[in-house]
Design a protein around this ligand. Structure first.
Ligand code: 0RQ
Length: 502
């Protein structure tokens, strides 16, 4: 413990998880560390749930992104969450959100820090942050994610630290903590390249605010991604064709541009597809670094990766975290407001690759709401990257649920990314480059190149009927959601009598 807790004053503040949980009062907002199942505060939230067995209270829970160790499940099942911000991907919590048991703000991940800095949402009462070490000069060294921890620590009334002995001391030196000043007063963020370091190796602590240090010993949960399959391989291959064409047209070189890749199985598989490609000396400037990024580093394809969290399978955790020295000059972890910052995404000209649940014939993308109403996970950082990147790409299989659902629909019933922000769509059928196309040109290319053959006739019939009515973006409003109303009625998007069983 002395090697991890190196600050003499703070070493006197060790308390139990129960004592820490007892500091929480009904109605407080808690800022928990944690981003895509990595680096989450674990012991104090669990102790809080234990406390709720004898006492009724609710707290608002802010995080970086999704939590591991089933914490979102356990807290939402215990009914102690009033409001959850800004991202979750937990099936139990999803159920509670969709039943209306709790509130959820689905927020761009770069925005939470700005809102807290402005005082535009309820401030954090207690920050609960996992650390791998606390240095002699009072820097909190985060573990496998940085997320929103710096803004939580700087704006909270009190800070509780979970010093996790199961985490890896070699993480020290991997983080780059830079926190912008107030809007209107700050200058440009001095980051020009994915590999630049502009901050400190840890989060500065105000000693008076540290209410206690809880010693823990629990590893992160492994990521839940599914390995690539034949269709995600096809998506990757079409995406590589698109990138090759960009090189041919002189818009990119073989080093491409720094790449962002979203969370989930499809995004991971797409990056995986670059392993066997000719591309080299690549850079990643992303939010989550999944297994594929480390495979690409190991294969010598990626020379540097910047993220705000690492989310790995158990096998990859074992190989990466036990060999961290190997990655020290190739990986950096930053606060999410920096990894996702519009200024930096636009400056570096990122290639952004995110996943859609569904998209419409004009290029509007729904990434979050199943059938327009039920929350899946959240927008996460996909909006931060999509709107500001050099080229905004969306990937998805052209169908879901064994072919009952088409991922290309006449009109998305919820819009996360508008037609103005979406550049390229890739499915296992092919890719549609929408840049420079007007809405009536887009519908033809999207249906032809990306829709599943089973749904093409219905989509083309819709376009024909809509086009006859005219308009910049033609629609038959009374039929625009027919795919979705059919799904609710028949369990499939094509009405049974029109289903084409090709
Ligand atoms: O459900 O497993 O029950 O069958 O959605 O779909 O195809 O496995 O894809 O794991 O990549 O997730 C958009 C949810 C995709 C994710 C989404 C069903 C499908 C399956 C998952 P089952 P896949 P993935 C920055 C980037 C938003 C946040 C983001 C996501 C399940 O990528 O949350 O981009 N993105 N963040 O069957 C109903 C449809 C469907 C559908 C698929 N049209 N209707 N269900 N499914 N299409 C990172 C962060 O911000 C942290």
């Amino acid at each position: 413990i002395e090697e991890r807790l190196r600050h003499a004053e703070l070493a006197k503040k060790v308390i139990t998880a129960q004592e820490a949980a007892a500091l929480v009062k009904d109605g407080m907002a808690l800022g928990l560390s944690g981003f895509t199942r990595s680096g989450d505060a674990k012991a104090v939230p669990m102790a809080l749930v234990e406390r709720s067995k004898n006492e009724k209270f609710k707290v608002d829970v802010y995080t970086g992104a999704s939590l591991g160790s089933d914490i979102d499940t356990i807290m939402s099942d215990a009914g102690i969450i009033g409001k959850r911000v800004p991202f979750q991907s937990d099936s139990a919590m999803r159920g509670h959100i969709n039943k209306g048991d709790m509130y959820y703000i689905d927020q761009h991940l770069s925005i939470t820090a700005e809102y807290l800095r402005q005082g535009a949402m309820k401030g954090v009462d207690i920050a609960i942050i996992e650390a791998v070490a606390i240095t002699e000069d009072g820097l909190l060294i985060p573990t496998t994610s940085v997320g929103n921890s710096p803004i939580f620590v700087s704006t909270a009334d009190k800070v509780i630290i979970e010093l996790n002995l199961a985490s890896y001391p070699a993480l020290e030196g991997m983080h780059d903590i830079y926190v912008p000043g107030n809007q209107g007063e700050r200058g440009p963020i001095p980051l020009l390249n994915a590999s630049d370091r502009i901050g400190t190796i840890g989060i500065p602590l105000d000693l008076d605010k540290v209410a206690g240090i809880v010693i823990t010993n629990q590893e992160d949960s492994e990521s839940a991604i599914v390995p690539p399959d034949a269709e995600t391989d096809q998506i990757a291959s079409h995406l590589l064709d698109f990138l090759r064409n960009e090189i041919k047209e002189g818009r990119l070189t073989e080093e491409l541009a720094p790449m962002q890749s979203g969370v989930g199985s499809v995004a991971n598989a797409v990056l995986h597809g670059m392993l066997d490609s000719e591309f080299k000396d690549l850079e990643v400037y992303s939010e989550v670094l999944q297994d594929a990024v480390f495979d690409l580093i190991d294969a010598g394809k990626v020379k540097f990766a910047s993220g705000c969290s690492t989310t790995l399978s158990q096998e990859k955790m074992d190989s990466v975290y036990h060999n961290l020295e190997k990655y020290k000059d190739k990986v950096v972890l930053r606060p999410q407001e920096i990894s996702n910052h519009p200024e930096l995404i636009r400056r570096m000209g990122l290639i952004a690759i995110n996943t859609a649940l569904e998209l419409d014939i004009y290029g509007n993308v729904n990434s979050t709401h199943v059938s327009g109403t039920k929350m899946m996970n959240g927008i996460g950082g996909s909006g931060d990257f999509t709107r500001n990147s050099r080229v905004a790409i969306f990937v998805t299989k052209s169908y879901a649920k064994g072919g009952k659902i088409s991922s290309v629909v006449p009109f998305v019933p919820h819009v996360d990314h508008t037609e103005h922000d979406v550049d390229v769509i890739v499915t296992e059928q092919g890719y549609a480059d929408l840049r420079g196309l007007a809405p009536r040109e887009r519908s033809a290319v999207i249906i032809e190149n990306c829709a599943h053959p089973k749904f093409k006739d219905a989509l083309n019939a819709y376009v024909e009927e809509a086009s006859a009515r005219g308009g910049q973006t033609p629609h038959v409003l009374e039929k625009a959601f027919e795919f979705h109303t059919n799904l609710a009625k028949y369990g499939q998007m094509l009405a049974p009598e029109t289903e084409d069983v090709k």
